[in-house]
Ligand binder design. Sequence first.
Ligand code: FCB
Length: 455
Amino acid sequence: MIFPENFVWGAATASYQIEGAVKEDGRGQSIWDTFSHTAGKVAGGDTGDVACDHYHRYRDDVRLMRELELGAYRFSISWPRVQPDGSGPVNPRGLAFYDRLVDELLAAGITPYVTLYHWDLPQALEDAGGWAERDTAYRFAEYAEAVHAALGDRVRDWATLNEPWVAAYLGYGSGVHAPGRRDPAAALRAAHHLLLGHGLAARRLRDAGAQSLMLVVNSAPVLTPAQVNDPSAVPGAADAAAAHRVHALLTRQFLDPAVHGTYPEEVLEAAERNGGAAHILDGDLELINAPIDLIGVNYYNPCVVEAGPGEPADAAWPGSEDVRFRAADAPTTAMGWPIVPDGLSRLLLRLSEDYRLPLMVTENGAAFDDVVEDGHVHDDDRVSYLEGHLREACRAVEAGADLRGYLVWSLLDNFEWAEGYRRRFGIVHVDYATQARVPKDSALWYRDVIRRNGL
Ligand code: FCB
């Protein structure tokens, strides 16, 4: 199975998950500093204070990427390094880190893919209402422009937001992520303001000459239990309606406004039932509908639902009344996430059809309970996860999806949000006591995939 010529192969990380150095060079506080330092929020009381110490070890990490022959590296910028309080003049020492990182990557022949927001909102903006406030969208656009002004001479590929669904609904709905609020109306407002921030930032970056812009979403095929193992299963009307609604809440909520300039009616109805839609102003959809070049797709597992008459809405899913979320009948990773590789091909084909844009898998990977033996990690389970998903990515290409690249999550084991360090997603093992990096078998396997541009 060979991928198209010029297919982009790489790995992804995010600032708070790997950098550490949270008090250095004028960095301000983010909502993840506050959240992880609040008792009971993160497994084991873990924080990103040190993480992989990438802030100091980035040169070694780039060398490792080169040894693994990665063509691309997707990382995110920590907003509070650039603007400690989320607005106003930039902090040159914070920006200088990314400047050095980009130069190091380019010198190693690795293309930088910059994500501007991977969840570390400056705490000062959260104190003013966070993403539930409209003003945050405007602050984000200013920040985006400032980062582009510093790196835009060398960085061609930009993503505005990572997974706005997660930022809005786990951050403000279920509260399992920072800032830990549990308010469905605030979550719906946050989702809209994230989208507005995306549109405003995309316009500014484009005006400033950015060549390639994308929005990165966590998407998944929404399936009924029977469809997990049998794609041809035809669900009954009530189950099909439940899946249709959840698909609107998960994926169409973000991609319809960004790509088509419209909201699905399911989202407007969810807003009407949760505080109203007065925060969606005339003209917002036009602003959100800024041209993008690619859709970034983060895929881990399908979403499985059925009709559940009388079920209240899940805290993370305002608008999901009368839906029952189900486990999939499939083996799981250490996160308990079902392994359904052909969910990826089903998803890529659906997105191609609905949005007709080039796609990139910006995250895909798995956590397993790795063991180091004599300096090796024989993570066959991760290799088979990746191989299964790459096979499906290739099938989607053969069936017509315009897939431009694949970035594995993650380069390094890292701070896995509410799960802390106990979940390891890296293709490179990190010993947090010594900061030693050991490429797992999956990293060496992935290098060979890259070499032959396929499986
Ligand atoms: C995604 C996040 C990423 C990582 C993976 C496992 O939702 O974007 O930071 O935590 O999940």
